[in-house]
Design a protein around this ligand. Structure first.
Ligand code: 5CA
Length: 445
């Protein structure tokens, strides 16, 4: 993409109403624009990152054997009356009526709808196990929407629902989700720690939240610092292997890590004192096992091998896709702007032309642009007629992890400069070497 043809409305001033750094940088980098409280337009740069996150989530869900689909945002109130949640959900639910006076709502989550799909189509254990998921916009009329996309009213969520014959199979589905989530967050450059939590309006007493540690997080968390040493890394996982998934769950959840809702002071005090941590975290996902809560209320029954009909065992599993943008920025930035991890960056590398209009410099930039593009990478070429200082400031703000700077002085010696946004370190090399290096960096992303 050439910056002169892109839509990147960068703000010079720090917006006064944004309290946390991710919100400020998302506004300043022209990623989002508020349309009303807690509701945002995703401008091209923000949309690009959002799509990247969605893709990672899809890839990891499919890898775990889960099946993508899409359910609507507007739901009929009748389904929610069956489960009893139409009254229970309270003021967070946005209720609407259509021209015929039918009660509708903008879905805050989809347990009822997916259970209805299941009961209409599945009646035998032979069709199990089954996990269906979608990535869809949700609406929760939060009392205090704040911190930009972090606590929105309209937000993008991946929500998945498992259907199993037995409790044991449903717990395997739970473990499988935990494992796939660990992979998902690590690919995004994040450490998200699973912590024992509370079921809230979804229900169920077996649930973990995934938290990214950050001072600006809304949740208070208590943990053994040894959990932060755990890395998922590049493991070979067989998602059908119950023992393997369970042992990973044990590895990642045995050490003490809880949100304030389930915090137990006595257990916490058993951790060696120098490893006790009280901190704040951003909840980027939650998994729930709730057994037959919805299937019993809504009559979602399956026939087992013995011919008996039993309510299907279920759980639901969510990732806050739009919130993740904020969480990644909170975890990865400096005083000049965002620092995107390679796995989610909107463009792979920035090209800065220090002397726009100079034939040699323009030609060198054009050829870098063409070669990077031919290598399957997406460069962002700052070809605007602006001073170098302004170009550097914008590039730092939008946070591409790598930058190639091209100027007449370097070109005289046959070199350009490759700079890491994270370390600030620069290296001079030939344009060919710079292309090769950037290709190598992204070979695994
Ligand atoms: N049905 C279940 C799992 S599919 C569910 O709704 N779970 S949840 O309530 O925990 O939401 C899942 C994730 O969505 C949360 O972990 C959080 O990351 C994200 N989320 C929840 N509320 C908001 C909000 N107001 N703004 C942005 N993200 C949110």
């Amino acid at each position: 993409m050439r910056l002169s043809r892109y839509f990147l409305p960068v703000l010079k001033e720090t917006p006064a109403d944004a309290q946390i750094v991710s919100h400020r940088y998302m506004l300043r980098a022209g990623m989002i624009k508020q349309s009303s409280a807690g509701i945002y337009s995703w401008l091209p740069l923000g949309f690009k990152v959002l799509r990247k996150l969605e893709n990672i989530v899809h890839e990891e869900q499919v890898r775990a054997g889960h099946i993508p689909m899409l359910m609507p945002t507007l739901q009929s109130a009748d389904l929610w009356r069956e489960s009893g949640r139409y009254d229970d959900y309270g003021e967070e639910m946005l209720r609407i009526s259509d021209r015929h006076g039918r009660d509708m709502l903008y879905g805050p989550t989809n347990e009822e709808m997916v259970t209805d799909i299941f009961r209409s189509n599945v009646s035998s254990y032979k069709d199990l196990p089954l996990t269906l998921y979608h990535i869809q916009w949700k609406f929760r009329d939060e009392i205090r929407p704040r911190f930009g996309v972090m606590r929105g009213r309209e937000f993008l969520m991946k929500d998945g629902y498992n259907f199993d014959l037995t409790r044991e199979d449903a717990l395997h589905a739970y473990n499988r989700h935990l494992v796939s989530y660990l992979r998902t967050y690590e690919r995004m450059g994040l450490q998200a720690i699973p912590m024992r939590a509370d079921g809230g309006p979804i229900g169920g007493d077996y649930t973990h939240e995934f938290l990214v540690l950050a001072e600006t997080g809304e949740s208070e968390v208590f943990y053994d610092s040894a959990v932060t040493d755990l890395k998922f890394g590049d493991r070979d996982i067989d998602f059908d292997n119950k023992e393997q998934c369970e042992s990973i769950l044990e590895e990642f959840t045995t050490k003490y890590a809880r949100t304030d809702e389930t915090h137990d002071e006595a257990l916490f005090n058993e951790i060696p004192e120098d490893r006790r941590r009280v901190a704040r975290g951003i909840e980027v996902g939650q998994i729930f096992y709730f057994g037959t809560k919805y299937s019993e209320a809504m009559g979602a029954m399956v026939q087992g091998p013995d011919g008996k009909k039993v309510p299907v065992e279920m759980g639901s599993h969510g990732i806050g896709v739009s919130r993740l943008l904020g969480a990644i920025i909170e975890a990865s930035h400096d005083e000049n702007g965002i620092i995107w991890p390679e796995g989610v960056t909107p463009f792979h590398v920035g090209i800065i032309n220090l002397r726009q209009g100079d034939d040699g410099t323009d030609a060198a930039c054009e050829s870098l642009y063409a070669e990077l593009t031919a290598a399957g990478l997406e460069p962002l070429y700052d070809d605007r007629n602006e001073r170098a200082g302004g170009k550097f400031a914008s590039m730092d703000l939008i946070g591409l992890p790598w930058r190639i700077t091209v100027g007449p002085r370097g070109l005289k010696n046959g070199v350009v400069e490759l700079t890491s946004r994270r370390t600030g370190e620069s290296e001079e090399m030939s344009p060919e070497a710079a292309v090769a290096r950037v290709k190598e960096i992204y070979a695994n992303h």
